[in-house]
Design a protein around this ligand. Structure first.
Ligand SMILES: *Cc1c(COP(=O)(O)O)cnc(C)c1O
Length: 400
């Protein structure tokens, strides 16, 4: 049991708290599901990019899936071995590509013919062979929120099957490209196994047709996207997930790369916020708290549901909008959420906040970002200090 009240007292609010033991359990569960096959779990750093979190997974043998050169640097800084670092993303700059090649990471996930050309040119300048994988867009509807669907032709990600084939043939004939993998990632918060299986079958078929023309790939990169329970969703078990992938891969000997983000961190994280005021506008009840959309934007951005717990409160529940101090009507953590009567300084714990929480934070309204706390074996420690006013203005010029 995490002592939320004590943590809020010691470190102040708003505050992010991560249960490192729970993160470890999630990692183990997925690792065990792929047991007996060559596999690498490459933690998707964007879900929660705190260095201590990355380091925690690296200590369990994790790799890292990165979507900017900043994330690649984070992964290497946190101790992820370069041979387990992957660089994905739809819009890589030349300088990012160059640096990734210089770091000699496992591979770059290429998302367009234009990008393949840039990687080849830069590798030629550096006089090396760049390892690449190609992200295929299998045109599968993942049945998730449209903002986190990525595997449809309507989405900006990846290339069509035919383009991918052309690109692999081009790479095979290139002095400066070494195609080692194939990649797909159809969306996030996936709770339905069927689309994942269908995508895996499509991409595995492409892999077979490449083998037929003597293009051998080592890595089958299935992306991330495994959903978690925020409310009462039925989720995919790691076992069923792995079985579906292995089913699609029948007869193919490849190393499976899986890039879980949310699955590893979401339910291990808590967002702690204190009540400032309770108020009533007409018949509408509001609880105003000290945490806001700049700290946790998921409710505002995706209408995401987060379970909220009122610590130490047992009175009758009535629906309330939990809102923050930011000057936007879209600044809410929950709408029509049943909560007991609240008073100044009561503590609310927002559950499932460990993924796409802190990392999506901003300084809007000149609010410093929260501190982040790790709890491991019953001990708490700060893994990122609260931002101060001086931190917020440090890069600004000409104001004196
Ligand atoms: C975001 C992302 C992931 C992780 O997604 P989750 O839903 O958090 O598991 C994995 N791979 C790629 C390429 C991504 O963009």
């Amino acid at each position: 049991m995490i002592q939320f009240q004590a943590l809020a007292q010691t470190y102040g609010t708003p505050l992010y708290v991560y249960d490192f033991d729970a993160m470890k359990e999630q990692f183990e569960a997925l690792k065990v599901a792929f047991r007996g096959r060559k596999s690498i779990l490459a933690y998707a750093v964007k879900a929660n990019s705190n260095l201590s979190v990355i380091k925690h997974f690296a200590a369990q043998g994790s790799g890292a899936d990165c979507v900017s050169i900043g994330e690649v640097r984070r992964a290497l800084t946190a101790g992820v071995p370069k041979y387990r670092v992957i660089f994905s993303g739809v819009g890589k700059r030349d300088d990012e590509i160059r640096e990734a090649i210089e770091h000699d990471i496992l591979y770059i996930n290429v998302e367009s013919e234009g990008e393949l050309g840039r990687v080849e040119t830069i590798a030629k300048e550096l006089n090396v062979k760049a390892r690449i994988s190609i992200r295929v867009n299998p045109n599968i509807d993942p049945k998730t929120h449209p903002y986190i669907s990525t595997g449809l032709h309507d989405n900006k990600f990846g290339v069509e099957i035919d383009a991918a084939k052309r690109m692999y043939i081009h790479a095979k004939n290139s002095e400066n490209l070494d195609a080692v993998g194939i990649h797909f990632h159809i969306g996030s918060q996936l709770t339905d196994l069927e689309p994942i299986y269908e995508a895996a079958v499509i991409v595995a078929d492409l892999l077979r047709s490449l083998q037929a023309i003597d293009i051998e790939l080592k890595f089958f990169d299935i992306g991330g996207g495994l959903g978690v329970r925020y409310d009462n969703e039925t989720t995919i078990t790691p076992y069923d997930y792995a079985q579906a992938i292995l089913g699609a891969l029948k007869g193919i000997d490849v190393t499976i790369i899986c890039e879980p983000g949310r699955f590893l961190t979401a339910n291990a994280g808590y967002f702690l916020t204190k009540v400032l005021y309770e108020k009533q506008n007409g018949t509408k009840r509001f609880v105003v708290v000290d945490g806001a959309m700049n700290d946790l934007i998921r409710p505002s951005l995706y209408n995401a549901y987060h379970r909220i717990e009122a610590i130490g409160k047992t009175s009758d529940m009535t629906p309330v909008d939990v809102v923050g101090p930011v000057c936007e009507s879209g600044d809410f953590l929950a709408k029509n959420y049943p909560l007991p009567a609240m008073e100044h300084n009561d503590l609310l714990v927002v559950h499932s906040a460990g993924a796409y929480g802190f990392g999506m934070g901003s300084n809007y309204n000149t609010r410093g970002r929260c501190a982040e706390i790790a709890v491991e074996n019953g001990e708490a420690r700060i893994i990122r200090a609260r931002e101060t006013f001086d931190d917020l203005i440090a890069l600004e010029r000409e104001y004196l």
